[in-house]
Design a protein around this ligand. Sequence first.
Ligand SMILES: [Zn+2]
Length: 277
Amino acid sequence: MKTFQFGESDVSRGNLILVNPSHPLPDKRKMDRLTFLESSFFCNGLFVSDGEKICATAESDRAGSVAMESQAAEMLLKVMMQLNAGDKILPVSGYRTLQEQQTIYADSLRENGAEYTGKYVAVPGCSEHQTGLAIDLAENREEIDFICPDFPDAGICRQFRQLSTAYGFIERYPAGREQITQIACEPWHFRYVGYPHSEIIKEMNDTLEEYIQYLKCFCPDHPLGYQCGRYAYEIFHVPVPQDPGQKAVAEIPDQVSCQVSGNNEDGVVITLQRNVL
Ligand SMILES: [Zn+2]
């Protein structure tokens, strides 16, 4: 067994963090590495990044680029390559700094009014785009709306929706769940949560809000089990003390691959993966 310790800062890091109007991102949170998705390469049917850069990159270097946290970008690339969708689907908006979200919010308020902005633009500090794990996608058309791009449930967009679950993405703001997500239906907004969480969320027809609550029913002695192909997963929640001086402790078996993510609420989610063949 290996012993892991988790502190307050671990709660706001990882692929499963919940970010919404009641779960803002902490100011001091550090961004993971970013990968830039160069739109110009989409025209050639190739979806590539210009390598990994860190968040400290000068603003001017990032002008016009759409970026995502590196692992999420890598998975998006795989979906796009498999669908050969490079010239049919465009990335519209990915990672945003707090300042960029403030600008988008203020511009939308001025141009579209408070009702529209309240429905489609998250309050600065509470946007999933600030995590680097969210991406807005558009079907490639002559005119693309920056805030509400078209991403219909047909053709290549439907294929993206179906395949991207296997690569860790969920459609984050589905129709009929606005009371829970506190954001209007946004068929263009995808969120990377990692596999197998994406698959379980889809099978349960959950929102991320509901899934994060559901996982609190599971502990190391009574984990959520999920099997797919040659892998068996065990998923459980570990509460983390709010006191910065205290740590939560978890024992992880040897020779098992393990992913850890905070939930941006009160703890971390541990996902163990075993090879069953
Ligand atoms: Zn979005």
